[in-house]
Design a protein around this ligand. Structure first.
Ligand code: ATP
Length: 456
């Protein structure tokens, strides 16, 4: 519900995960800055993705391509002509709406509809402006979502370029470079994490939809005819990725696109949707895009995008499977999924806020807590030992109970208390975030003990 979202936003701001952007100047709407804990958390999400999709995959390699690209790229990709939202203004209160979103809010999916079909539906169902209740709308018109800027010193049309609206095209234009230099045979994939920009009409819901965001995209190239098999493979792989990081299965649903909804070039598309506090929202789009993108670039650049298949002794433009995930969006999903308020003692009205994040995603893997300030020096030694291996926190302020609660709230999975017995037995007490259970572990074994908990 709405309250939960407000609490998550407040926690993010209060504990240094995410701040409103440019705050001292009154902000810039829908921009957000990741603070000290947020940068650790989001980096952990990106690292986990890279680990599963590159490091542990026998097929995939990485790439980090430029945000600014030759404008012809966006002509070839279809973004100059077609990357637009159906916009409509309310004549009475002057607010701007996406016609497709207003229709979606009635439980109907308008994907693939023409502007006429959308207009007709809005009239027939008397859909009104959510702001003022009027049904006096302008016609629907196209609004291109790409951010324009100028390259070089003169601000003329010749120097107009775009901020990329997706990372995928950087992969397509490098297809031949990567194939040649890695000497990879099909099937293989290229994975990239980076910023993308879209001039969204209706950003909102915290970092769910922003105009500047990060994407984690894989373009997996395969032989035509094997594409549906690989589509199924990556769909399952993506699902297992989320589940292995602790995402609750009941908050996840896979929605296969119907024929009418599919782009003309797509053989299959599935949206992974997550149940956010504000409702179901798209998390991950997985599409079989056939040879559309490479063929477009072949036609526009005049450079061959063909692959020579030695085994079959034939040349063809590969098909591609594209799982495309928003880093900010999936980070938000993990946060919402992990957020919990647990009643510790109903009579005393004692409730603790816990982020039940998978240890590998948690900003701090552990916090070192000296029971008494007198033990500070020895506790610091434990901290110094661990910080070479993991992000760890050190906290000696306030009662031990209060310190536990502070760590619960930011998702630290293990609190390591150094007490007076530690001077004798060289052990610390590990207090588990989720169960609050405690156990005694030798300082010598801490590194491998924590390491074990980070597997996913
Ligand atoms: P939507 O329908 O939500 O606008 P889309 O279908 O346009 O999304 P894609 O173009 O498929 O999204 O982008 C792939 C992924 O990138 C999305 O599943 C989402 O996780 C992420 N993403 C897209 N747009 C945004 C945005 N404005 N802010 C944050 N993440 C985004």
């Amino acid at each position: 519900d709405e309250k939960t979202m407000e609490k998550i936003v407040a926690l993010c701001k209060g504990r240094g995960f995410v701040y409103p952007g440019s705050e001292i100047y009154g902000g810039l709407s829908n921009t957000w800055d990741y603070g000290p804990l947020g940068v650790e958390f989001k980096n952990n999400v990106k690292r986990a993705w890279h680990q599963k999709f590159v490091q542990e995959s026998p097929y995939n390699v990485g790439l980090d391509s430029a945000i600014l690209m030759n404008p012809q790229v966006w002509v070839a990709s279809g973004h100059v002509g077609g990357f637009s939202d159906p916009l409509m203004d309310c004549r009475d209160c002057k607010t701007r709406h996406r016609a497709d979103k207003l229709i979606e809010d009635t439980g109907v999916n308008p994907a693939g509809w023409s502007f006429e079909e959308m207009s007709q539906y809005i009239k027939d169902h008397n859909i009104c402006c959510p702001e003022c209740g009027s049904n006096n709308f302008t016609d629907i018109r196209k609004f291109n979502l790409m951010f324009k800027t100028f390259q070089g010193v003169t601000e003329d049309a010749k120097n107009e370029i775009y901020l990329r609206p997706e990372t995928a095209q950087g992969i397509f234009v490098n297809f031949q470079n990567i194939q040649r230099t890695t000497r990879k045979k099909l099937p293989f994939g290229v994975a990239q994490i980076g910023k993308s920009f879209r001039n969204e009409i209706t950003p909102g819901n915290f970092v769910f939809r922003t105009r500047e965001f990060e994407q984690m995209e894989l373009e997996f190239f395969c032989k035509p005819g094997t594409d549906l098999e690989w589509f199924a493979y990556w769909k399952e792989y993506c699902k297992q990725f989320l589940l292995s990081l602790g995402m609750k299965e009941e908050n996840l649903r896979l929605r296969d696109h119907e024929q009418k909804e599919l782009s003309h070039y797509s053989n299959a598309t599935t949206d992974f949707e997550f149940l956010f506090p504000f409702g179901w929202g798209e998390l991950w789009g997985i599409a079989d895009r056939t040879n559309f993108d490479l063929t477009q670039h072949q036609n526009h650049s005049g450079k061959s995008m063909e692959y020579f298949d030695q085994e079959a002794n034939e040349r063809y433009v590969p098909y591609v499977i594209e799982p495309s995930l928003g880093a900010d969006r999936v980070a938000l999903a993990f946060l919402c999924d992990a957020y919990d308020e647990e009643v510790v003692d109903a009579e005393k009205n004692d409730v603790r806020t816990v982020l039940r994040l998978h240890p590998v995603l948690a900003p701090f893997k552990a916090a070192v807590l000296p029971l008494s300030k007198k033990l500070g020096e020895k506790a610091q030694e434990v901290y110094q030992l661990l910080c070479k291996h993991f992000m760890v926190d050190y906290d000696d302020a306030g009662s031990i109970g209060k310190r536990y609660r502070r760590q619960d709230e930011i998702g630290t999975p293990f609190c390591l208390t150094y007490d007076f017995d530690s001077l004798e037995d060289n052990c610390v007490t590990i207090r588990h975030r989720d169960t609050m259970a405690q156990e005694r572990v030798a300082i010598d074994e801490l590194i491998s003990w924590i390491e074990d908990k980070l597997a996913f």
